[in-house]
Design a protein around this ligand. Structure first.
Ligand SMILES: O=C(O)c1ccccc1NCC(=O)[C@H](O)[C@H](O)COP(=O)(O)O
Length: 365
């Protein structure tokens, strides 16, 4: 991958050269098969078993795009329509969200071209050290550094906080002792907004902000940074390593740190093959399976006890436990597995007094 300096000339931000994504279309390359190929009896004798790829070896389990194209695609004054087939329906919520992002971004780019965002980034206030703030809080309080999530709704829980005021909640989290905040920006599935990031920053909240978005393109990094984010989430279940490598470099060049999220040992093993700087990239274990919604915080222990989990510690990466953390006992459990940070949404945001909820969760009161 070619490296270039962050900014060249006056108005052009140069990003690293993109490598093609291994499975970015969701289709497998023709020479690859899942499991053992079907053979006739004679072939079984003559041909050795050909196990080219198993499910756990696959880079990503979700298909990044609908195989036949998105159902409706504007094209100038015309519109493509692809007939709905079984294959062209998303297989799970994560696929649905990721397919939606492609359509959403067409409109976003029309409204706010990349060049405009690039100009905004140049004059933006410097970003804050997201990972450093979590490490400092962990040292100061002896508990995992808390990333408190500002989210109104989610696909699995519906509306979590009907009386949703993002700035009020952000200020309360900060006053309660959160080291960092995570702000949902997806509008369709989480009722979030990039404007919330900007509003929270403009209101004088000093804790670093994570843009919680389903990022598949560099455009979203620019949008996050222009809105006031200090860090972005990249989801390993969505992005093959080629895309992760590109997006991590692009994010860092925009002044954003990165939280790379995994859900399985296989994903962590894969992600650890990337060349990552532990001062710019942290890792997270999402205990929610984003394809089925099942939450299991034991997942945290399983992953941290694996040899990949050991490698995380040896290489000095900050690791966050994410999802399903409701009580101080959960916090202690996740910390005992080796996580020095936690990401918590529902249990805090649903409380009428989020400041007290943070103190209670961290046993600071
Ligand atoms: O929460 C969902 O329903 C969901 C569905 C599809 C993709 C992502 C989803 N959630 C993101 C998260 O995992 C959580 O917002 C985050 O980890 C906090 O979890 P919690 O403390 O359980 O609210």
């Amino acid at each position: 991958m070619q490296h270039t300096s962050s900014f060249s000339g006056r108005n052009t931000l140069i990003l690293p050269q993109r490598q093609p994504a291994a499975f970015s279309t969701g289709r497998r390359p023709p020479q690859q098969t899942i499991g053992v190929q079907k053979r006739t009896r004679s072939q079984a004798v003559e041909t050795p078993p050909q196990i080219v790829e198993t499910a756990s070896d696959q880079e990503v389990m979700i298909r990044r795009r609908a195989p036949d194209g998105i159902p409706q695609q504007p094209c100038g004054a015309m519109r493509f329509e692809v007939p709905e087939t079984e294959d062209n329906k998303p297989r799970n919520i994560l696929e649905e969200i990721v397919w939606w992002k492609a359509q959403e971004m067409v409109r976003m780019k029309e409204k706010e071209p990349l060049a405009r965002l690039s100009m905004q980034i140049k004059v933006a206030a410097p970003s804050r050290d997201f990972i450093g703030a979590l490490r400092a809080a962990n040292e100061r309080i002896g508990k995992p550094g808390l990333i408190a999530e500002v989210k109104k709704a989610s696909p699995s829980r519906g509306v979590i906080q009907p009386d949703f005021d993002p700035v009020r909640i952000a200020k309360a989290y900060e006053a309660g002792g959160a080291a960092c905040l995570s702000v949902l920006t997806d509008a369709k599935y989480f009722q979030g907004s990039f404007d919330y990031l900007a509003q929270i920053r403009a209101a004088g909240v000093a804790t670093p902000l994570l843009c919680k978005e389903f990022i598949v393109e560099a455009y979203q990094l620019f949008k996050a940074r222009a809105s006031g984010a200090d860090a972005v989430l990249l989801i390993a279940a969505v992005l093959p390593n080629s895309d992760l490598a590109y997006l991590i470099k692009a994010a860092n060049k925009c002044g954003l740190q990165v939280l790379v999220e995994v859900h399985t040992i296989a994903e962590l093993e894969r992600v650890l093959k990337l060349d990552m700087d532990s001062s710019q990239v942290m890792l997270g274990i999402n205990n929610r399976d984003l394809q089925t919604f099942k939450v299991d915080i034991e997942n945290n222990r399983r992953i941290m006890e694996s040899s990949a989990g050991q490698q995380v510690k040896e290489r000095g990466f900050l690791m966050a436990g994410e999802s399903g953390i409701f009580t101080p006992e959960h916090v202690a459990f996740v910390q005992s597995t080796g996580c020095d940070a936690i990401l918590v949404g529902e249990s805090l945001v649903k409380e009428g007094n989020p400041e007290a909820a943070v103190k209670k969760l961290l046993s600071l009161a």
